[in-house]
Design a protein around this ligand. Structure first.
Ligand code: DC
Length: 244
């Protein structure tokens, strides 16, 4: 990897005393659900970093920018007009004044997000925004590079994975439950394509931090994964006060 592609390390002007738990992993591993449940238990804030990439991808499409136009996307990322609002415990995402909470969750926007996320200057432009979520009493951050790049000093790093087949089946079931038509083979192919792009890109690829705890949720339910993460969290001295 050339020097200018090296991921930037955490910005040490952040309030370092605020504890951070990072939960990274591929799409469909359940990291978003686990991040929210852990945050709820500890009374922490949540950063869904994938939502930032999704919002950027949607904004790019709306402004007619090509998803590989790094110059335009870098400027858009730096000036992106987004708000994360709390809607009775659920995050409401506002892009340029419009509620796009549901629109950004489509497979199409997810694939577009994965493309803009491969651009180094786009990642750099979104770094400060992610650091700004680090607020007292603590933060649970989920994504692909939370533990490896954005919050390298996190007190607990979890890498949550599951087989592509198990993740495709979960997604298929979710869509069916919502009354959408879905094709398991297509979902599986999309998941594999996204995994490949996210893990093979030059900058901040999807991979566990060297000091991460790796959990495989293929055969585990959400409650079992949550219990395992909370058990690890309890062992961290900086988190003990939040279990009182
Ligand atoms: O977690 P998600 O499916 O909402 O993320 C959408 C895309 O954004 C994902 O395919 C890769 C990218 N992403 C990233 O590159 N880095 C992150 N920290 C979070 C998401």
């Amino acid at each position: 990897m050339s020097a200018d592609l090296e991921p930037k390390q955490a910005n040490y002007s952040q309030p370092m005393t605020v504890p951070v738990i990072t939960i990274d992993g591929p799409s469909g591993s359940g990291k978003g659900t686990i991040a929210h449940r852990v945050a709820l238990k500890l009374g922490f804030h949540v950063l869904d970093s994938g939502a930032l990439y999704r919002l950027l991808a949607l904004a790019a499409q709306r402004h007619g920018f090509s998803l590989d136009n790094e110059d335009a996307l870098e400027v858009l990322a730096a000036h992106l007009d987004v708000q994360f609002q709390d809607n009775h415990g659920e995050a409401m995402l506002i892009l340029e004044g419009q509620d796009v909470t549901h629109e950004i969750r489509t497979e199409e926007v997810g694939a577009a997000a994965s493309k803009v996320a491969a651009l180094p200057r786009v990642r750099e432009a979104l770094l400060q925004r992610q650091h700004a979520f680090r607020e007292s009493p603590g933060l649970v951050a989920d994504g692909r590079d939370m533990g490896t790049v954005v919050f390298t000093d996190a007190c607990l790093k979890v890498f949550l994975t599951a087989s592509a087949e198990a993740r495709a089946e979960r997604r298929y079931k979710q869509l069916k439950d919502k009354g959408f038509s879905a094709d398991l083979e297509i979902i599986l192919a999309d998941i594999r394509a996204r995994d490949l792009r996210d893990s093979q890109r030059a900058v901040a690829p999807l991979k566990p931090a060297t000091d991460a705890i790796v959990l495989d949720s293929t055969a585990l339910g959400i409650e079992a994964v949550l219990a395992a993460v909370l058990q690890e969290a309890k062992k961290q001295s900086s988190l003990q006060q939040f279990f009182a």
